[in-house]
Design a protein around this ligand. Structure first.
Ligand code: FES
Length: 161
């Protein structure tokens, strides 16, 4: 039984996680094979390195129905491509300022470093991010603002996008 099943909520958020192949994806896999209990709200998108994660991916994820986003990769100095995570760290520092400027609630985007041996940390990141986004509620406002072509059709059907 996962943590979600123990305490029912009216709203269950959808989170998209952009993770690097070499550390966080392996750490998430370890969490799974170790049968650690965690919220099942996260869908993982595996990329070669956090250096490959364009901030526009995050905005696109929100536009396409995510209520929260996690970005995670190798710890500093552990990047498989030497400096990819340093580039990512700089990029996301700027992205954070953009997010604040746009007025997006801070808790919707979570940045973390999770190594291949940190299944337990991945579990904490997932559960923490899910809980924060659950408290913030659906992110329909962004989709309406972004003019998502999906949102009106789904709302006509009486569902959330
Ligand atoms: Fe993991 Fe670069 S390979 S952050």
């Amino acid at each position: 039984m996962n943590a979600t099943a123990e305490k029912p909520h009216a709203f269950e958020p959808r989170l998209t996680a952009f993770v690097c192949n070499w550390c966080t994806y392996t750490g998430a896999d370890l969490a799974g094979t170790s049968r650690l209990q965690m919220d099942s709200n996260v869908r993982i998108i595996r990329l070669p390195c956090t250096g490959r994660i364009d901030p526009l991916f995050i905005l696109k994820a929100f536009e396409r129905g995510a209520d929260g986003v996690i970005v995670s990769g190798c710890h500093p100095a552990d990047c498989h491509y030497t400096t990819g995570n340093y580039h990512a760290r700089r990029r996301f520092a700027l992205f954070k300022e953009l997010v604040e400027f746009l007025g997006l609630p801070e808790g919707r985007v979570t940045f973390s470093w999770v190594s291949a041996s940190e299944g337990q940390k991945w579990r904490e990141v997932v559960n923490g991010a899910t809980e924060r986004v659950r408290d913030l509620g659906p992110f329909d406002a962004y989709r309406a603002l972004a003019g998502s072509p999906v949102a009106p059709k789904v709302q006509e059907a009486g569902c959330r996008p």
